[in-house]
Ligand binder design. Sequence first.
Ligand code: 5AD
Ligand code: SF4
Length: 478
Amino acid sequence: MPDLKINKVHDESRQGESYGSFVLDSPTHTKKFYIESYGCQMNFADSEIVASILQDSGFGATRNFEEADLILLNTCSIREKAEQTVRKRLTEFRKLKQGKAGTLIGVLGCMAERLKSKFLEEEKLVDIVVGPDAYRTLPGLIIEAESGQKAVNVLLSREETYADISPIRLNSNGVTAFVSIMRGCNNMCAFCVVPFTRGRERSRDADSIVKECTDLFEQGYREVTLLGQNVDSYYSTNSLSTGSGQGEAPVTFAKLLANVASIDPQLRIRFSTSHPKDITDEVLLTMAKHENICKNIHLPVQSGSTRILQLMNRTYTREWYMAKIERIREIMPDCGISSDIISGFCTETDQDHRDTLALMEFSNYDFSYMFFYSERPGTLAARRYTDDIPEEIKKERLDEIVKLQNRLSRESNKRDIGKTFKVLIEGDSKKSSDDWMGRSSQNKVVVFAKDDLNYRKGDYVMVNVHECTGATLIGKII
Ligand code: 5AD
Ligand code: SF4
């Protein structure tokens, strides 16, 4: 059975083994590059930075890899399945190269560091390997590779945030955009490879974030999602030069949120991901205060058992997490809450698993990303614990977790029937160009007939919900 990617509502929006090539043809450049992104939103945002760097060095984008001079894969290492998918794709591109000498193939992102020698030397699958902090060196590496040298830079940095680079929006609907506010992670959750592949945590300068969001708004975008592995630990020692944080240093995540929210009431703000240990009352109160900060928190629990949470090095207990959920509901009763859950972590018992199910019921998640544990080389868990839960049991437990989440999502959607939501129109619905698709503040997908009314993408409309599926609310503009 494949690693499960669940949550149909949001399956474009975050993790999973999703990938996308981008949609931006540029006839004016002589050389063309093609890029595919795998994994999390951070990777998709990074590809937009890479596109900007390449454009500045004379490359135009193509959505057709067969006509590309440079094929790039922005890779993900979070689970074994993600790595396997990339490997398969590289083999396909390698075949193409055999019939078309001169095409360069490059691996970017999280697999770069771990697999550089394998890719470059043992398997000769690729020409260029670039880690997440070395994208500025890509133009130089392309020149090296063109002259037949091995081109590799996987150095991680303590400073790089690409703050000054204006991303080129790929695959954009022109309404919603991702804005990276920090890089790396210092948390060292035992299962997670991210601190090794993306390095130490560092925050991007607040002014450059506010400027990027302001520019997006002026270009017609109406929603920004602030991205980081752990956004609540955002911390910039440079004070903001404009907005409500004026003159006050340092800038916390709550202050950053308030500043971005003050750009314009018509600009919606989302953020991801929050670590339960770091999300503060200040953040919750800032969310409650600003109508345009979406009422939705992605608060990965990972496990419902305190013993497992300790082994995972999550630094909170089951009770502490429950108190956080209660606090969110107290401050924002209408807040959507979602989670990440891992089944079958080392030593997990049936009782631990039942604790997870019970905590899911308590938290009443609107949706979750659910995975079975996949040991990653170099992580704390790989070094310290035995991956001792048989795959069959991991999958059985995952199956139960998925079934429960499906029920919780369905119930959550049913509770919305009869309610009216402010929806930002993102485009045509997947199924019919007679219908619009948009999202509520709680991040639920809402589909509704266009009718004869004169609305466009990027408009806000009030939609009354009269029906739902497990993944979508169906309504009517009022
Ligand atoms: N195995 C399974 N799931 C994992 N995740 C991270 N590392 C692993 C792993 N080794 C999940 C976590 C995290 C999400 C991004 O991916 O739930 O929150
Ligand atoms: Fe990985 Fe934990 Fe950091 Fe998330 S917070 S990226 S799970 S180490």
